[in-house]
Write a protein that binds this ligand. Structure first.
Ligand SMILES: [Fe+2]
Length: 184
């Protein structure tokens, strides 16, 4: 999905659950009409991040080939960084009076990332599959920064900005292994 099409109204896999859930009263100085789309944005990124975390671990466990060990370690480090942002997204939803939608099933329904391929045979194919997913995740975060800033919530925009920098760094580490290979 291109970054400019990412919005609070997107319905990954036909679901709109990111915008659902009970609203809790809060004294926070943000109007409800801004909090609702911010909650949806955060839950959408939460689903993507949980999915990306599990896909990165999937690569960590299953990668094989001459670069096995260093990729095994790199994928574990990348997964750990994504996992850190999962908690930030979920707790920010709660700060804004919404429900965090963070079970594995919720993430599977809400994620906009494609499933990790099951038929990869070379170490660089694992790197390539992850690079595509980190690029997509990074594009969604960039759009989320703009949308949350547009809703005048710099605190949420800051969380997306931090996650976006980490996604870009992850992509850099992955693409460094792919020098000389054509972009998809
Ligand atoms: Fe491990």
């Amino acid at each position: 999905m291109a970054s400019n099409t990412f919005s609070t109204t997107r319905a990954p896999n036909g679901s709109k659950h990111a915008a659902s859930g009970r609203e809790f009263p809060t004294r926070i100085a943000l109007p409800l009409q801004a909090r609702k789309p911010l909650q949806a944005l955060l839950n959408a990124c939460l689903a993507d991040a949980l999915d990306l975390y599990s896909q990165t671990k999937q690569a960590h466990w299953n990668v094989k080939g001459p670069n096995f060990y260093q990729l095994h370690l790199l994928f574990d480090e990348l997964a750990e960084r994504v996992e850190g942002h999962v908690d930030l997204f979920a707790e920010r939803v709660r700060s804004l009076g919404g429900n965090a939608l963070g079970t594995v099933r919720m993430a599977a329904t809400g994620s906009s990332l494609p499933e990790f391929p099951g038929s990869l045979t070379t170490d660089l194919a694992f790197v390539e599959a992850l690079a595509e997913r980190y690029a997509t995740y990074g594009a969604h975060l960039r759009a989320a920064i703009a949308e949350s800033a547009g809703l005048e919530d710099q605190g949420t925009a800051d969380i997306f900005t931090e996650a976006s920098r980490a996604a870009d760094r992850g992509l850099y580490f992955l693409e460094a292994h792919l020098q000389g290979r054509p972009l998809p």
